[in-house]
Design a protein around this ligand. Structure first.
Ligand SMILES: *Cc1c(COP(=O)(O)O)cnc(C)c1O
Length: 399
């Protein structure tokens, strides 16, 4: 099946309803005590308790797993929960993570939290092979980057970085939130684990917070190197996923609600259509802003790595209108575009990163992330492009 066919047919349920039922129940009954024993011993497939599993959550997990080309997915209560679990599943005190320095602010904060548990993160430019090679050491456990960074909009050279990681016996984890599987399925380009804030493009209409981890099931986990996976060694390349699913996620308890899983199934069905329109609009708006003399950063305008993204640039762009005062003026004059720090909606959203999402970062961190006093980030929606152009026209020209 091709992309859009798989999207709309991936969430169908065993009950033959066209959408999975919302099983809004915390717990499940059993025919007999023997039956219950079998399910708890993993000798029979079945549901016991929604923190551990639920049919609506399974429907979303199967749908996203198929579309990313994974071998197992785990849905979580938020993107941050997914990221936390993804690293905690294999890291312990003394371990080191190597991450891109252009990460989502919340993820940088998470890595600062992990430092209190003895897990150190090095922030580097991952696409710089020499720097990456020289940062890897005996304590390194995982390399992590965002496929399309936000708001610097740099594309991870996933094939090059994964091959360096694998040469050193390390897995590459990729946050695919901003790129989405419409632009790229990183597992097919060498990544080992993909993480999403599904609150964004996957959900699509900003109606539920959620996250998901998808394991490609191809990394040969060495139990001596990853002691937390010890009890799961028998699962070989599925050791990471099995420990995540049967152990850590149940104990941390950051499960997705069935209602939100259902909303994600609905959203995911139209991901292809939405992204197609969003990418068209974003490219047209980027060109239009350039024609007005505004400095624009949109990957499809200049980055050869967009070849990895089927030539698309995604739904985010940034523009620099000079200084903070001018940026605030433009933002305040926009009538269609909403002032929102979120991304991935069908509506166009704008934010002034320097005073909001990047306000806790140093000037140097902001500059690395492409954030200057005059920068505005636009998460382009599916509106008619002529209306969007007109809205930005009047906001920039101040007429
Ligand atoms: C939003 C976002 C997150 C965090 O996800 P939540 O669902 O808000 O917890 C992580 N990474 C990226 C790239 C994001 O955009």
């Amino acid at each position: 099946m091709k992309f859009n066919t798989q999207l709309v047919h991936g969430g169908e349920s065993v009950m033959k309803s066209t959408l999975p039922p919302i099983v809004q129940s915390s717990a499940f009954t059993f025919e007999s005590a023997e039956d219950q024993e079998k399910v708890f011993a993993h000798k029979k497939m079945g549901y016991a308790y929604t923190r551990i599993g639920n049919p609506t959550i399974t429907a979303f997990e199967s749908q996203i797993n198929a579309i990313e080309g994974g071998r197992g997915a785990l849905a979580c209560s938020s993107g941050m929960a997914a990221l936390s679990l993804a690293f905690l599943n294999i890291c312990q005190p003394g371990d080191e993570i190597i991450a891109g320095w252009n990460l989502y602010g919340g993820t940088i904060e998470l890595f600062k939290d992990l430092a209190h548990y003895g897990i150190t993160t090095h922030f580097i430019s991952l696409n710089d092979a020499a720097v990456l090679e020289s940062t890897i050491n005996a304590h390194t456990k995982v390399i992590f980057g965002e496929m399309l960074s936000n708001p610097s909009l740099e594309i991870l050279d996933v094939e090059k970085v994964s091959s360096i990681a694998h040469d050193h016996g390390l897995p590459l984890f990729v946050d695919n939130t901003a790129a989405t599987p419409y632009l790229i399925q990183p597992l097919k380009h060498g990544a080992d684990v993909v993480i999403h804030s599904s609150s964004k493009y996957i959900n699509g209409t900003s109606n539920a917070i959620s996250g998901v981890i998808i394991d490609g099931g191809r990394f040969p986990w060495d139990i001596a190197q990853y002691p937390s996976l010890q009890a799961y060694g028998k699962y070989k390349k599925m050791a990471y996923y099995m420990r995540l699913r049967d152990d850590l996620s149940q104990n941390i308890g950051a499960c997705l609600s069935p209602q939100n899983a259902y909303l994600n199934v609905l959203g995911l069905e139209t991901l292809g259509l939405r992204m197609q329109r969003i990418c068209e609009n974003a490219l047209a708006l980027a060109k239009h802003l350039e024609s007005l003399g505004v400095k624009v950063n949109y990957p499809a305008l200049h980055d050869p790595l967009t070849a990895l993204l089927n030539g698309h640039g995604g739904g985010l762009l940034t523009c620099d209108v000079g200084d903070k005062e001018k940026a605030f003026q433009v933002i305040n004059r926009l009538k269609l575009a909403h002032i929102v720090s979120n991304i991935g909606d069908v509506k166009t959203l704008v934010v002034h990163p320097a005073s909001t999402i990047a306000v806790h970062n140093t000037i140097k961190e902001q500059e690395r992330a492409g954030v200057y006093p005059g920068t505005i980030r636009v998460s382009v929606g599916i509106e008619d492009i002529e209306d969007l152009k007109a809205d930005f026209d009047q906001a920039i020209k101040g007429e």
